[in-house]
Every structure is written in structure tokens, then in C-alpha cells.
Design a protein around this ligand. Structure first.
Ligand code: PLP
Length: 502
């Protein structure tokens, strides 16, 4: 202290929670979390919350406390009032939507991220945050066997977005910047974008935000397993060109949300090249299966894409948020053209590694840390083993399904990437919904339904970090019990056990 008056001014305030106190709090919290994790597999917590809307307010005070409270009191309230209102996404019996799995390596890294607490929008704001991000995206890009033109040695650029929705928006804004170069502003009203009717709703939202009113969501069919047909895009592009419009962007999906359909990249890529469309590949869920050489056929043609995105926060053991996006060589400059803005207070060492120029917000977490921890602590082998376990669980589920004549794999879908879409043979939509609700109300497992070709379809999306074949069998028993209630028991004794012998 060089200055007595400064010292005096600070004397009245004692910041609570010194490092020793933090150590105590942290240990208590880790113990609490570990106990929660142990309870997840035991069936003591219903997977889907059984709470009713508005359940919480009557249980909690109407105002924040005036006096500080201790952690034990808060954890007791978490146990009594919060956990009953949780849907347990980390349960091994969570099969709804797509997974959002996490893992101890990711959790401890996220703790470090929060503790370092940097906002790494530019290189100088925390050089390691920027440089590690570039390195781990090259690591992951190699593991996913991305074309070399997406990796930094060959001029590609990786960036971690918060969500796949933001990645799609950034890709669309880049496409717009490229298409509009040298054109009068009013031409922006003529821009057209293309995707399939199975593309994620975030494509439409990106168009809403980017001011692109002409999104052609092209119909798909069960005959082609709901994959986008290049002829459909070609016809739509020709029609738009004939009207004097400006086709600029196509979004292809590897692993659609409804059924994990895979759009044919080689043909769509050629078409995009011919018509100068920016091709973005949305592989939010399924992209991490690029780690498995046996599934590489789904990723053929990726070298023709301009940008690619997948969510380690869905299927690669890295907790939300972590959506990894890559630009092919030379393409990131269009993102910068669309998004770079440098006010005086950020004008330090503006350089190519300022990630603020490749995303919509300014602030960003040091998300590379958790991906780095996950890749190091699992190793590529551990990550592949985890993905293959999900495929094995999928195979077990398919066998169980095939052995019960009341069920079938939904027509127009193919089980893949851990997702099985199935139906009750000959059941009405209402019967199917009743069966699904009975399973979810039982608390044993949680699945969601969708509509495909007008038919109610139940989705079994297998992705928990801790799922094992035994959880698949338990879920199947709950599904069969619900079907017994609604449709009556299966007619023959040729049931699941015989089927399993094959
Ligand atoms: C989940 C999903 C998205 C949205 O992901 P967010 O990260 O939540 O924005 C987009 N596309 C596909 C194919 C998805 O499965």
C-alpha cells in the first residue's frame, strides 16, 4: 500500500469467500454432484420431471434474503424443491430429443473456465483462450477426418459458437456478404436460400434474422429416407433465376432432427458450386460420429462445403455450450466481412485471430478448455468407444423392436447414429401418443414423438454418457407394458426373449 487514504477507503469492506472458503464450498458441491450422479441410474428420480406448471413459487420465499445464507441450506432446497422440477438429461434413460451429454473431464474444465472468467473476444483479451481454441479445433477436425482445407495449416478456420443455430446464422450472413459484394443494396431483397423440409427450424430463424425472406424448404419423401434431392434444389434454383432472383445459400443436414436423414453432399456440393451457393453443412447432432471410420460414407463430399458445424455439447461429452464450426480455406473472410466491427476501445492488435469477428455476440467464454480436457482425458480411443457403445445400444433396441410384432421401424427412416424412429403397427395417432405418455409418466425413461408423413412417430435417441444395453432393455420393458395397456398383450409367446437369441 503506497497510499494511506486508499487503504483507509478499503478498510470498511471485507470481501467474503476467500480461497479457503471457496475450497470448502467446492468440496461440498462436488460431493453433492457426485451423489446426484450416482442416484441417476437407480430409478429413484423420474427421468421426466413430474412437476406441474407453477409448482415452484409457492415453495420459495417471495424475496431474496437480507442476511446471507449458507450453502447447506441452499443445497437442502435444491434437493427438496429443485430436483423434483428437473428433467434429468444426464440420466442413462434419457432418450428424448437429442442428448446434451456431459462428463467429469468437461465439468472440471468448465469450473476452471468459470474461475478464470475471461471474456476472450480478441487475442489480447486472453491470448491462450484464442490460441487454444485454434489448436483444439484442428485436433477435433483431424479426429473427425474433416477435409484438410478446413484445418488451419491449409487456410481453414475453426471457431466455437454457442449453438448450431448461431453457426447457421453466421454461415448465412457470410453467404449474404459474398453474394452481395459489388451489388446494390436493394438486391438483398432478391436473395434466396434452400434446405429440405426436414432441416432444423434454426435455418428458418437464421433467415428471419438475416432478412432473407425467400427460404425454399423443399419437400422430401419416404422413398429417399427424407434426404434432400439435388434435383429438387436444381428446379427451385432454376425457377428463382428465371424470376431474376439471387440464389445464395444452401443448408444440407447430416442427421436431421426428426429421423437422422443424411442429405447427399457430393451431388448437392456440385450443384452449389455450379450456382455459386454457399453450402453450409449442419451436422449438429450426428457430426461427432465422424470420429468413426466405419461411418465415413455419410460425410463424403464434405470437401465441397463452405462451412460445417457439429455440437460436441450434444454428442461428445462436452457440456453445453460448445458448437464447433469450421470454414473452408478462404471462407472465413466473408464472415469477417459480415461481422467485423472494431470500435476504438477494442482497437489493440486487431488480427485474424479476433474471434469476435466470427460470431454475433462480443463476449465469449473460454470454451476450448472443456473440449481440450475431454479430448485429452478420453483420448480418441475413449471417444470412439463411447460412440460405438451408443451404436451397440441402438442395435439392441432394434432387435427388441423386431421381436415384437406390434412395433415397427418407421417407414421412410433408417436407424442410425443412435436414433431409432418407430411406430405402433396399425395404431391411431391417439393410441401412439397414449403409449408414449404412459412411458414418460412412469418415470422409467423419457422419449419424445414427432410427426413424419402425417404419422405419429416415437424417437428413441440414445446418447447418454452412461447408457448401457441394460437401460435399453428397461426402457423397452416400459414401452411394452404401456403397449399392453393400450393394445393388449402381444398375441404369441414368440416375444422379446426369442428375438434376443438371434
Ligand atoms: C439440435 C440441432 C440444431 C440446433 O442446435 P442448437 O445448438 O441448440 O442451436 C440444429 N440442427 C440440427 C440438425 C440439430 O439436431
Amino acid at each position: 500500500m503506497q497510499n494511506g487514504s486508499l487503504k483507509e477507503a478499503g478498510d470498511g469492506y471485507r470481501p467474503p469467500f476467500d480461497a479457503d472458503e471457496f475450497r470448502r464450498l467446492g468440496h461440498a458441491m462436488v460431493d453433492f454432484i457426485a451423489e446426484y450422479q450416482q442416484s441417476l441410474g437407480t430409478g429413484s428420480l423420474p427421468v421426466r420431471s413430474q412437476a406441474s406448471p407453477g409448482y415452484l413459487a409457492p415453495r420459495l420465499p417471495g424475496a431474496a434474503p437480507e442476511q446471507p445464507e449458507g450453502l447447506p441450506a441452499i443445497l437442502e432446497d435444491v434437493q427438496r424443491h429443485i430436483l423434483p422440477g428437473m428433467t434429468h438429461w444426464q440420466s442413462p434413460s434419457f432418450f428424448a430429443w437429442f442428448p446434451a451429454n456431459t462428463s467429469p473431464p468437461s465439468l472440471v474444465a468448465d469450473m476452471l473456465c468459470s474461475a478464470l472468467g475471461v471474456i476472450g473476444f480478441s487475442w489480447v483479451s486472453s491470448p491462450a483462450a484464442t490460441e487454444l481454441e485454434a489448436i483444439v479445433l484442428d485436433w477435433l477436425g483431424q479426429l473427425l477426418r474433416l477435409p484438410p482445407s478446413f484445418l488451419s495449416p491449409q487456410g481453414g478456420t475453426g471457431v466455437i459458437q454457442s449453438t448450431a443455430s448461431e453457426a447457421t446464422l453466421v454461415a448465412l450472413l457470410s453467404a449474404k456478404a459474398r453474394a452481395m459484394e459489388g451489388r446494390p443494396e436493394e438486391d438483398a431483397l432478391k436473395l434466396c436460400a434452400y434446405c429440405s423440409d426436414q432441416a432444423h427450424s434454426s435455418v428458418r430463424k437464421a433467415c428471419m434474422v438475416a432478412g432473407i425472406t425467400r427460404l425454399r424448404a423443399l419437400p422430401t419423401s419416404p422413398e429417399h429416407l427424407h434426404a434432400l434431392q439435388p434435383e429438387a434444389i436444381e428446379a427451385a434454383v432454376q425457377a428463382d433465376l428465371a424470376e431474376g432472383l439471387l440464389p445464395c445459400f444452401a443448408c444440407a443436414t447430416i442427421g436431421t432432427t426428426n429421423s437422422c436423414a443424411v442429405d447427399p453432399l457430393p451431388a448437392i456440393g456440385q450443384l452449389a458450386l455450379r450456382h455459386s451457393l454457399w453450402l453450409h453443412v449442419d451436422a449438429a447432432y450426428a457430426g461427432t460420429f465422424g470420429l468413426l471410420p466405419e461411418l465415413s460414407s455419410h460425410f463424403e463430399g464434405l470437401e465441397l462445403a463452405d462451412s460445417f458445424d457439429t455440437n460436441p455439447h450434444k454428442g461428445l461429452l462436452t457440456n453445453f455450450d460448445c458448437s464447433t464450426m469450421w470454414f473452408r480455406e478462404g471462407r472465413a473472410r466473408w464472415a469477417r466481412q459480415a461481422l467485423s466491427l472494431t470500435p476504438e476501445y477494442l482497437r489493440h492488435h486487431a488480427n485474424d485471430l479476433d474471434y469476435k469477428d466470427l460470431q454475433v455476440p462480443l463476449g465469449r467464454k473460454f470454451r476450448a478448455l472443456k473440449l481440450w480436457f475431454v479430448m485429452r482425458m478420453y483420448g480418441a480411443e475413449g471417444l470412439r468407444a463411447y460412440l460405438r457403445n451408443r451404436l451397440e445400444c441402438q442395435r439392441v433396441f432394434e432387435e427388441l423392436l423386431a421381436a415384437d410384432s406390434r412395433f415397427l421401424v418407421a417407414e421412410g427412416t433408417a436407424p442410425r447414429f443412435g436414433l431409432v424412429c418407430f411406430r405402433l403397427a396399425g395404431a391411431t395417432r391417439q393410441q401412439s401418443e397414449v403409449v408414449l405418455e404412459a412411458v414418460n409418466a412412469s418415470g422409467t425413461a423419457f422419449l419424445v414423438g414427432t410427426l413424419m408423413d402425417g404419422q405419429h412417430t416415437i424417437r428413441m435417441a440414445i446418447g447418454s454418457a452412461t447408457v448401457l444395453p441394460r437401460h435399453i432393455r428397461e426402457a423397452w420393458a416400459a414401452i411394452q407394458a404401456a403397449a399392453d395397456e393400450v393394445l393388449g398383450p402381444v398375441a404369441t409367446s414368440n416375444g422379446a426373449e426369442n428375438g434376443l437369441a438371434h
